[in-house]
Design a protein around this ligand. Structure first.
Ligand code: SF4
Length: 134
């Protein structure tokens, strides 16, 4: 049986008007507390199954600081991974940079899901997205 793990990172730097996801504003101290609770829960509940998919969604996982992402990846090392692991991180185009992308690559992420609701400038404004088509 395929074992799939979904980790929710419920923090965003901006709350979009249309969003139905479970999310809250990014506060660094809340993220630190959340990561501590996440590590505790995984250690308590995970039963050492081999996992084939690992999906980090949100919220906006990519809004975590570089150090917080490193902490998250160190927690995820608890999982026993299949050699064929599909490892996805959801990203927002506004808060990914070269350093974070290199970290994703080093940590075995092989799939990015990048929120891009529209390329139309007017619709981007209506949806309160801060990125541009460019
Ligand atoms: S960035 Fe994504 S998860 Fe966060 S409020 Fe906007 S649509 Fe929702």
């Amino acid at each position: 049986m395929i074992k799939a793990v979904y980790i929710h990172i419920p923090f965003c730097e901006h709350i979009c008007s249309y969003c139905d996801f479970c999310k809250m504003f990014y506060y660094s101290s809340f993220v630190d507390q959340y990561l501590e609770a996440l590590e505790k829960e995984i250690k308590e509940k995970y039963e050492k199954e081999e996992i084939e998919t690992l999906y980090i969604g949100g919220g906006t996982p990519s809004c975590l600081s570089y150090e917080q992402l490193k902490k998250l990846f160190s927690i995820l090392k608890i999982f026993h991974r299949s050699s064929k692991l599909e490892f996805t991180v959801e990203c927002n185009i506004e808060n990914i940079d070269k350093q974070k992308l290199e970290l994703f690559y080093q940590e075995g992420v092989n799939r990015l899901s990048i929120g891009m609701q529209t390329f139309h400038p007017h619709h981007l404004k209506t949806l309160q997205r801060n990125h541009t088509k460019k």
